[in-house]
Ligand binder design. Structure first.
Ligand code: SF4
Ligand code: SF4
Length: 338
């Protein structure tokens, strides 16, 4: 697969990356060996870009995948399987991680933990994870300084922020030390925020263009709106992957089929009317993102969601008919289909 320059970072990435979150504890919770197999498969299929985070607890999957061993498929239905690697399969991989740390000490520790967990002296990209609104950046100024310091010491090649907020993305273009931006965008505008209000895909697209125009490398998340747009695969991926300023699209991948679909899409082999089978997927709540607003409870006519004692939405899978309506009501994209 081709690689592209990620802004002015000097880093080259494939137009699609693997979001490793999907195999981890908060989503599929795959055993390490099984999740590592998916990561290795993605590398073998020439994806060179992998997204992780301190919060996801997915470093063990990447570390395991980086060991030199042949891909070992559960079945031998894929065309390209079983080839032994002549060198460790993730040697050339670009790893992007991030931390929710609020201050300098926390971010410094997060970078050290990542370097140790992945056995890498240098992490390619490290981000302030989830700048919720522009003022959030002010509150985490110490954490940002830790990223600036780590880059100056050569521990990190590029620094930036991830955000679901248009105002967070706008802020990125104005930060002199910022190299990369990881914003949320999809063709339905699911989960986009702007300050305290819903944001639009048009406003986020404009912020992305501005950032890219300033030489910032942009890679996009949630093209499928947390899986809720996955049935409309070609439209969802077509919108984000061709958006002006987006260099790479990060897709959550939980099985070999997810990898095959993504690679085939970006190499032009998927039929224009391709629609993946999403019938076995379940609606779930990302407890880290849920703000307990109750909008989903109001929207669900099947009475399949309630707010639990911790103030977080919880789904009754006996009642849930996987209609997906609740996801459209959620202001923060905390309802995920996988
Ligand atoms: S997917 Fe449909 S049935 Fe299930 S919780 Fe959401 S709104 Fe209710
Ligand atoms: S709508 Fe979203 S944020 Fe609000 S309670 Fe439901 S899952 Fe949580």
């Amino acid at each position: 697969m081709e690689t592209r320059a990620l802004g002015n970072t000097g880093i080259r990435v494939t137009p699609v990356g693997m979001g490793v979150l999907t195999v981890g504890r908060t989503q599929l919770a795959l055993p390490v060996e099984d999740g590592a197999r998916i990561v290795r498969y993605a590398a073998e299929r020439s994806i060179n870009f992998f997204d992780t985070a301190e919060y996801y607890e997915t470093y063990p999957y990447i570390a395991r995948a980086a060991e030199c061993r042949p891909y070992n498929p559960p079945s031998r239905t894929q065309a390209s399987v079983g080839a032994a690697f002549s060198r460790p399969p993730l040697d050339d991989a670009v790893i992007s991680s991030k931390s929710l740390a609020p201050d300098h000490a926390g971010m410094t520790r997060a970078i050290e933990d990542c370097r140790a967990a992945l056995s890498r002296d240098v992490i390619d990209i490290f981000l302030l994870h989830e700048i919720r609104q522009a003022p959030d950046f002010e509150n985490r100024a110490g954490a940002w300084q830790a990223l600036v310091d780590a880059k100056a010491k050569g521990m990190v090649r590029a620094i930036g922020l991830s955000t679901h907020h248009v105002d967070g993305a706008r802020l990125a273009a104005a930060l002199p030390d910022l190299d990369v931006l990881f914003p949320l965008i999809n063709h339905r505008g699911l989960g986009i925020r702007d300050g305290d209000a819903p944001g639009s895909k048009e406003a986020m697209a404009a912020a992305i263009r501005a950032a890219s125009g300033a030489g910032i490398g942009v890679f996009a998340m949630k093209a499928f709106g947390g899986g809720n747009l996955a049935a409309d695969y070609m439209t969802a991926l077509g919108y984000v992957s061709t958006l002006s300023g987006v260099t790479s699209t990060m897709i959550g991948m939980g099985c070999e089929k997810d990898v095959d679909d993504a690679v085939d899409y970006f190499e032009g082999r998927l039929a224009p009317d391709y629609r993946p089978d999403v019938s076995l997927k379940k609606m779930r709540v990302d407890r880290g993102d849920c703000e307990g607003c109750g909008a989903c409870v109001q929207r669900c006519t099947s009475e399949a969601i309630r707010i639990d004692a911790e103030g977080i939405a919880v789904i009754d899978h006996e009642k849930c008919i996987t209609c997906g309506y609740c996801a459209y009501a959620c202001p923060v994209r905390a309802l995920i289909l996988y």
